[in-house]
Design a protein around this ligand. Structure first.
Ligand code: 2AM
Length: 181
């Protein structure tokens, strides 16, 4: 029998106040453009995507993440972006502090050292929070409206399991890792 696996990734999970605002933006964009708004409980910023990992290795995965030393930082979510290759509308930072790519790189490095394979590890880190997927090609957003900047204090990151279902992915937080000054 094949070993049981889990589809997992590491992410920054926004606090409720930020989720609410981003979910509002996602809903109003969906009503204007069509497509599928990310459910509020699913809004996140991926740091490293691993895909399928044997369940037996999840404890090692959590220990590895716990060995990452990084300080808390502030993000200003102040811009929307659109990717035509996957018809995706996302929110992000016009100028992310270096701590954000720094955290993603530190995490990737520890994961690789422990023998985990990070998808897209060779590509530049493109931090984003996906808000609206499957925007019909007939309605790509031509002009993205400005958004009210959202101040997000990032004080930890999480290990998430993604369970795919007919109604879309369900995310379950398996472990949390604090960022300590
Ligand atoms: P997306 O929002 O841009 O689709 C769970 O699927 C999270 O992991 C999402 O944030 C998703 O990004 C990201 N993700 C999925 N597959 C990925 C891959 N192959 N490489 C990097 N990130 C991926």
């Amino acid at each position: 029998a094949r070993p049981a696996t889990a589809r997992v990734f590491f992410a920054l999970w926004p606090p409720a106040a930020i989720v609410e605002q981003l979910a509002d933006i996602a809903r109003s964009a969906a009503s204007q453009l069509g497509g599928k708004a990310t459910r509020p409980e699913s809004i996140h910023l991926t740091l490293a995507f691993l895909g399928e990992v044997a369940e037996s290795r999840l404890p090692l995965l959590a220990r590895t993440a716990a060995s990452v030393r990084a300080a808390p930082f502030e993000l200003q979510i102040d811009t929307l972006g659109y990717w035509s290759h996957n018809h995706l509308l996302w929110a992000g930072c016009s100028a992310a502090p270096s701590e954000l790519p720094g955290l993603a790189a530190a995490l990737q490095q520890q994961l690789a050292a422990a023998g985990f394979v990070v998808a897209d590890a060779g590509r530049p880190f493109a931090p984003h929070l996906s808000l609206l997927r499957k925007i019909p090609v007939a309605h790509p957003p031509k002009i993205l409206p400005p958004i009210v900047p959202l101040a997000w204090s990032c004080t930890g990151f999480v290990l998430v399991r993604s369970q795919l279902s007919a109604s879309g992915p369900e995310y379950k937080i398996l472990a949390e890792f604090p960022l300590v000054p």
